[in-house]
Design a protein around this ligand. Structure first.
Ligand code: UDP
Length: 254
C-alpha cells in the first residue's frame, strides 16, 4: 500500500524516486496503459478550474510530487511527502531501466527536431535504449488518429508526451484505452532539456528549490504562469480539508 495525499483536492502519491520506479516496473508487467502525471503548483491550480485535468490526475496510476510547491504544501498540511521526485529525474530512471531491459520509448511532442535530438541524447546516456519513434507536438485535431496509429505501430513500452499541461494529460486520457503502450507520462519541457535546447537548472538552484527562478531567467515570458506559485501557497494555507487518503498501487485497468 502506498499513501496518497490530497493537495487542494488533487491527489499526490507519497513516493520516493525508488518507489516511483518500482511502480513503473509493475506497469511494464501488466496490460493496458498506465498514466503517470507529475503535478506542480500550476497544474494543481489548473486542475481546480479544469474538470478533465482533475479527472486525468484522479485516475492516473502514479502521481509524482514534481514541484517544490507541492512539497512545501505537504508540510503545511502536516503530511510531509517523503521527497520531491522531479519528473525529469524520474524520466531518467525510467529510461535507464528500459535501457537495461531492452525496453523502448516513443517521444511525442515539442517543436520539430527536438524529439529526435532528445532521443539521440537519451541513447547516448543510456546505451541499449530503443527509441521506437518520435513525433513533434504540433498537429491539428484531424491528425490525432494518425498519431495514435504511429505510436501503436511502434508499440513502445513508454510513451513520453511533451505537449505541456493540460494538453499532454488530456491527450493520454482521450486515447488511453486505445494506446498500445504500457505507460504514458506527461513530460512538459523535458524533451527540450534532453535535446539541449533548454538548460536544466544548475545544482545550486535545484538544491534550494529555485528551479522556477532559473527557468524564469531563461524564459522571462513565463512570469505570468509563475504567479500560480504564491497563489497556490496561499490557498494551501487556507485549505482545511484532511489531506490523507489510502490508495493501493494495484488498481484494475480497463
Ligand atoms: N508543446 C507542443 N505542442 C503544443 C504546445 C506545446 O509540443 O501544442 C511543447 C512545447 O514545444 C514544449 C512542451 O510542449 O516543448 C512543454 O512546454 P512547457 O514548457 O509549457 O511545459 P511545462 O514543463 O511547463 O509543463
Amino acid at each position: 500500500m502506498s499513501e496518497r495525499i490530497r493537495i487542494l483536492n488533487v491527489p499526490v502519491d507519497m513516493v520516493t524516486t525508488g518507489e516511483a520506479l518500482e511502480r513503473f516496473k509493475a506497469f511494464l508487467e501488466q496490460e493496458g496503459c498506465d498514466l503517470i502525471v507529475t503535478p506542480n503548483s500550476e497544474i494543481v491550480i489548473n486542475a481546480g478550474k479544469n474538470k478533465d485535468l482533475q479527472y486525468a490526475i484522479e485516475q492516473a496510476s502514479l502521481v509524482i510530487p514534481d514541484g517544490i510547491g507541492i512539497v512545501y504544501a505537504s508540510r503545511i498540511l502536516k503530511h510531509p511527502l517523503k521527497e520531491r521526485v522531479t519528473g525529469i529525474d524520474f524520466l531518467g530512471k525510467a529510461l535507464e531501466h528500459l535501457a537495461k531491459t531492452g525496453g523502448s520509448v516513443f517521444l511525442f511532442g515539442s517543436k520539430p527536431g527536438i524529439a529526435e535530438r532528445a532521443g539521440a541524447n537519451m541513447q547516448a546516456a543510456y546505451p541499449g535504449l530503443v527509441v521506437a519513434g518520435t513525433r513533434n507536438g504540433y498537429f491539428s485535431p484531424q491528425e490525432e488518429e494518425e498519431i495514435l496509429e504511429e505510436i501503436n505501430r511502434a508499440r513502445p513500452d513508454l510513451l513520453c508526451v511533451a505537449l505541456g499541461s493540460p494538453k499532454q494529460e488530456l491527450f493520454v486520457l482521450k486515447y488511453q484505452k486505445r494506446l498500445q503502450v504500457k505507460a504514458a507520462i506527461g513530460v512538459g519541457g523535458s524533451l527540450d532539456v534532453w535535446s539541449g535546447e533548454l538548460k536544466r537548472a544548475p545544482e545550486f538552484y535545484r538544491r534550494h528549490g529555485l528551479e522556477w527562478l532559473y527557468r524564469l531567467m531563461q524564459e522571462p515570458s513565463r512570469y505570468k504562469r509563475m504567479a500560480a506559485l504564491p497563489l497556490f501557497m496561499i490557498r494551501v494555507m487556507f485549505s482545511k480539508k484532511s489531506p490523507v487518503q489510502d490508495f493501493g498501487p494495484e488498481r484494475e485497468k480497463d
